[in-house]
Design a protein around this ligand. Structure first.
Ligand code: NAD
Length: 513
């Protein structure tokens, strides 16, 4: 973009945000319960602040167990009529939600940038992806109940699916709007009603989504949103007896806590958790494309991305040249204001998260790795939670910087000798979400894809989502799959119905003479 165009686009983003922020400052964000926007029963609120400059974006209702109870009961009351609504009507309503998201995509994008610090260049697309999630699952409504026919000699055996009931959805702060739609759309398409507990560090666009869904005419109680903290609102949701299942996206340790909290009420759980994903670059790869993908998959979205390739496994024979080129690219990354269209890395979500990311600089040094680029906070516009994009070289697989999820613009480079060693290093972590492999040898690509312990593998590609495909992780990265028909397996019960041909012999009891 030419300099003048960039400045104009930056100004336009600010102008778009100004009246929205004024509105948010005037009215506290409330819960959506049974079709009404309401304060908390306790009257308590908390503040959401912008990572750009610490300014208060909004006061937000702080939900507790009472608010969760009201929302869960509303979801329970709404369930039967939503379940029994003809699929075509449900489809129409969900398309209407998608239309409304598209119509407000620019507002959603700027608010998301201000609430989370994510750069506008990525958030503009995230809002559109939110609409696509609703559109895709709107069309899937028509096949949600589909099953199989498994005829035997005397029966037709058919399976069908029925929605499980009211479900709880708990989401994180990294790309909140996109992730909320990714979980809520399939739940509603299945015929489930929902209580959503958005992340407390990024509640703003969940409020917009609540209003969009309500205004689109989705019946009262079908989507309920309760804001608040994990330890009270989130915990109460996972324990509520009316809630049949919990779809959770967040940290691995929170997933473990939720599993324990949900055990007494036998909650079905679906977990999308942390990752420490490898990108493996072999010496025969298209190195130009591989370099683009390596940089994109860790430094986009502030590195606050579960599928980021935070470990680069580079074949020793090309390591020096590749790292030299990588170093130049990382040095040139543009850290700046999230509403500036040129910005590639914005401020991190929260001071606590900035502190966590920065703590890994010392950890890297103590482990004996080298900080080749970055390694310090960054003085960005507004004085917010900015950090320098960081590249750590000379690491070994067992180091903490090669094992633990940093969740920031922080890449750890580990050299390897051959295919066997690459696989060994890649798998020697507790996580198993994604893996990326770059090689011109298709046989090798397939062997490595088979051997990697991860739920999603991209060969010669960065992460490009295709909504029908299964999304989810192995090991400590998750339980279950989302996407396409896989989502229905979670939100629905599979039921078997046997139809007799009337020919089979029925044992006759009580007729002995
Ligand atoms: P987090 O686990 O701290 O919080 C996520 C949500 O859980 C929030 O809404 C929070 O309020 C709630 N919560 C916290 N404690 C709870 C409890 N005891 N009971 C019920 N709810 C509770 O995660 P985060 O810091 O918001 O997000 C970052 C993490 O999310 C990273 O680990 C990242 O990898 C992961 N993530 C995973 C995926 C994926 O698809 N696998 C996608 C995005 C993010």
């Amino acid at each position: 973009m030419a300099k003048a165009d960039t400045a104009a686009a930056f100004a336009a983003n600010r102008d778009r945000a100004a009246p929205l922020l004024k509105q948010l400052n005037a009215d506290a964000i409330g819960h959506l319960i049974d079709g009404e926007i309401l304060p908390s029963t306790s009257g308590e609120v908390f503040e959401t602040t912008s990572p750009i400059d610490g300014s208060v974006v909004a006061q937000v209702a702080r939900g507790n167990a009472d608010d969760i109870d009201r929302a869960a009961r509303a979801a329970q009351r709404a369930f039967k009529s939503w379940r029994d609504m003809p699929a075509a009507s449900r489809k129409k309503l969900l398309h209407r939600v998608a239309d409304a998201i598209e119509a407000r995509a620019d507002d959603i994008a700027v608010l998301e940038c201000i609430d989370t610090g994510q750069p506008h260049r990525f958030m503009a697309k995230a809002a559109i992806r939110g609409a696509e999630n609703f559109r895709f699952f709107a069309d899937k409504c028509m096949e949600a109940r589909d099953g199989r026919n498994m005829p035997s000699d005397e029966h037709w055996n058919v399976s069908t699916r029925v929605p499980i009931g009211p479900v709880g959805i708990i989401t994180p702060w990294n790309t909140p709007f996109m992730l909320s739609t990714w979980k809520i759309a399939p739940a509603l398409a299945s015929g489930c009603t929902v209580v959503h507990k958005p992340a407390e560090w990024s509640p703003v666009t969940a409020d917009l989504l609540s209003r969009i869904v309500k205004d689109a005419g989705v019946p009262d109680g079908v989507l309920n949103t309760v804001h608040g903290f994990g330890e009270d609102a989130g915990k109460a949701l996972t324990e509520h007896p009316a809630i049949k299942a919990i779809a959770f996206v967040g940290e691995t340790s929170t997933g473990a806590a939720i599993m324990a909290q949900g055990a007494p009420t036998l909650k079905r759980v679906h977990f999308e958790l942390g990752g420490k994903n490898p990108v493996i670059v072999f010496d025969d790869a298209d190195l130009e494309r591989a370099l683009d993908a390596v940089v994109f998959m860790i430094y986009s979205l502030n590195g606050e991305r579960c599928t980021s390739s935070s470990r680069l496994l580079i074949q020793s024979s090309i390591a020096d040249t590749f790292i030299e080129q990588l170093t130049a690219r990382v040095r040139a990354l543009k850290v700046g204001h999230p509403l500036d269209p040129d910005t590639e890395i914005g401020p991190l979500i929260h001071q606590r998260h900035l502190d966590k990311v920065c703590s890994y600089f010392e950890i890297a040094r103590q482990d004996g790795a080298t900080i080749a680029v970055g390694g310090a906070p960054f003085a960005g516009p507004g004085g917010g939670h900015y950090v320098q994009p960081t590249l750590v070289t000379g690491a070994r697989g067992e180091m903490r910087v090669a094992q633990e999820e940093v969740f920031g613009p922080f890449l750890t480079v580990i050299p390897f000798g051959d295919e066997r060693e690459a696989i060994e290093i890649a798998n020697a972590v507790q996580y198993g979400l994604t893996g990326y492999v770059w090689t011109a040898d298709m046989g090798r690509a397939l062997r490595v894809a088979d051997a990697l312990e991860a739920g999603m593998i991209w060969l010669n590609s960065e992460n490009v989502r295709h909504l029908p495909t299964p999304f989810g992780g192995m090991k400590s990265s998750g339980i279950g799959r989302d996407g396409g028909d896989y989502s229905f397996d979670f939100y629905m019960e599979t039921k078997h119905v046997a139809l007799a041909r009337g020919t089979h012999k029925i044992q006759r009891l009580g007729v002995s003479t």
